[in-house]
Design a protein around this ligand. Sequence first.
Ligand code: GLN
Length: 491
Amino acid sequence: MNYLDLTIKEIHNALLEKKVTVTELTKEAIKRAKENCDNAFELILEDEPLKKAEELDKLPVPVDNLLFGIPFVSKDNFSTKDIETTGSSNILNGYIPLFNATVIEKLENANAILIGKATLDELAMGGTGTSGHKGTTYNPYDKTHSHLIGGSSCGSAVSVASGIVPFSLGSDTGDSVRKPANNAGLVGFKPTWGRISRFGLFPFAPSLDHVAYFTRDVFDSAYLLNILAGHDDKDSTSSLEKIDDYTTYSKDIKGKRFAVIKEIEDSITDEVLNKRFKFILKELENKGAIIERVSIDKRLLESIYPSYFVISCAEATSNNANLDGIKFGPYYGGKTYQEVMFNARTNGFSNLIKRRFVIGSYALMRENQHDLFLRAQKARRIITNKFNEVLNKYDYIINLASPSVAPEIGKASDKLSNEYLIADNYLAFANFGGQPSITLPIGFKDDLPFGVNVTSKIFTELNLFTAANAIEEITGFSNLSVNNYKNKEEK
Ligand code: GLN
């Protein structure tokens, strides 16, 4: 029995029934991580997790802690005490944090077992999973390595999709968990902005950054939020809003109102994906949900990506100014502070990062700020108002998460097409407004998975899980992985 292909809850039950031990699980997870050839890991841990597993095996398995003894992986932009954390960037090679990110601390306290640090697009900037200092991370659904898994949380997605661990941490600034979830057949969730502490997460663009994660089913996603949500004195942006028991989501979708954004739907040309999406909507209707098409001015939808780009690059350049070659990472030499910083940043960052910092700094220059940065902020406000207006009338916004299955490596997209500008990049609207948002698998095309995305009003995660659960009931796609998807009939 391959327990690591199961969900957290199923593995927990196997532990309770003594069908498997924590040590066996941990050894198997480490073995699978080592065997993986998709370039998913910055670092695979061994001694520490095995030591912890042996200690846990001496204790009774608590019935009320599903994370006890569960192996997991973290994206390498979460600080891990005494464990190298690079953000997949050369500028942080060898950097060993002195503290844990709050989410890592919470998972450790729940006795989950960290077995590795996953690759990402350098410093989480990117959507392809190709820009980290270890190169391209591949989609495990394609053994020939010709398809992307997508990013920026590429290694985290691979580690769950290929049955190494049942959940992994990622971060989502524009879509970095919800997009790869589409390509990996996973449940990828980000909560409301502020719901989970970001202390210890490397900042990319803090007004948009969210802690997010991958699981193999909706229940696990809700359960993890119980563990991770809550105010943190170390993160003043974390919310004081009341927390629910997120696993108590209603299973009844009757009367719930879904808005399909027509312009997003219309800009997707893939017939297989469109047909399957319509089928899911029909089935939701059969369960008593109300589905309506809603229009949003195309110009607004087209401005999500450019506004996102200006804002995120501007925040990125200022928040990463501390990477000066002195405080963290390797020392590249130089006679003056300027020279040291110049050498470190020249050698430590890839061209993609430099490009983003140049764009960000340009947008922040006094003479450009009004036309670029402030204008993007205004567009963000108008876009957020519009989506909130829809969410005041409907429980959910639902659309395909992406216009396609995982893209082929090296295949360029037409950056001015609606498919790219709208369907491929609209998910960032929920980073603009901070709404909770979830992607989950609904089908396969040529043996590659694809998914749907659902978003609800801020702080209504409980209601969001109701929609996700209904969709999961329709598809029957819980605990998908590359090892078992062929046995799962598409319903
Ligand atoms: N693809 C987006 C970007 O390139 C999203 C990144 C993210 O969410 N971290 O910035």
